[in-house]
Design a binder for this molecule. Sequence first.
Ligand SMILES: Cc1cc2nc3c(=O)[nH]c(=O)nc-3n(C[C@H](O)[C@H](O)[C@H](O)COP(=O)(O)OP(=O)(O)OC[C@H]3O[C@@H](n4cnc5c(N)ncnc54)[C@H](O)[C@@H]3O)c2cc1C
Ligand code: FES
Length: 253
Amino acid sequence: MKKHILDFTITKVEAPAPTFVLLCMRPSEGSLPECQPGQFAQLRTDAPDTFLRRPISIHDVQGDEVSFLVQAVGRGTRWLAQLHVGDTLNVVLPLGRGFTVGDAKNVLLVGGGVGVAPLFLLGKVLKQRGLSPTFLLGARTKDMLLRLPAFRELGEVLVTTEDGSLGEQGFVTQHSVWNERHFDLVQTCGPGPMMKAVAQLTREKGIDCEASLENRMACGVGACLCCVEALADGHNHCVCTDGPVFNVNELTW
Ligand SMILES: Cc1cc2nc3c(=O)[nH]c(=O)nc-3n(C[C@H](O)[C@H](O)[C@H](O)COP(=O)(O)OP(=O)(O)OC[C@H]3O[C@@H](n4cnc5c(N)ncnc54)[C@H](O)[C@@H]3O)c2cc1C
Ligand code: FES
């Protein structure tokens, strides 16, 4: 897919939870290029000492408006979190290979932390195709669960929290739904250990599974090789171009 470098104007800023920001924006001129679930964008940050763009998943698309769910963890993301409506942001998109949107009927979308971000557009596209995705979203506490009402508009939402403040207590892999229902496909994004545990569980249960990797990235377009992952085929692959989404059978997990 052709990559575009565009200026965007911020149209809405929300704070769905402490340290998180939802940034909505539309191209300052022209229309939004087609973006697929699981693809990402490189957002330019003008914070001091940050000269590399930051990779952020495409969270939602509504007409020409695209949105990003950002957790402020360092200089770049903190700078993004202080943007205001009317500000201009330079963005490269769409990047990478996203999730499969196929014919699987019973799809479970498993997200942890800010990893829920790309699952929103994925759930929306699945719903548009007449499917009813189930979300299984995990966080440390209920305050860290992001945009639950919006997710609930797309499908059933199951929750785990580590402190038991909402949903079932524990990790996403400990939720009772795994023993109670059959799924044809699991698609996941979140912290590496969580995704590895999900991959292990799906392998035991014989369920197909895709995971979106969040390796450190610099260029985002396959030029610098800083994002490489050694895959099961014995070769190093750029996560930014061959991923970020991989079938877990392609990984060495
Ligand atoms: C394909 C992809 C999609 C992503 N989607 C999102 C998203 O939708 N929302 C979001 O908030 N974040 C997302 N991230 C992570 C985000 O890119 C990093 O948090 C960000 O680059 C950190 O930049 P910083 O300048 O704020 O932090 P830095 O000052 O560079 O680092 C601060 C801390 O963040 C950690 N960190 C930096 N990069 C990453 C990374 N790639 N993964 C995990 N930890 C990292 C560092 O180890 C350090 O502890 C995504 C990453 C990738 C590769
Ligand atoms: S980030 Fe440069 S090759 Fe992937």
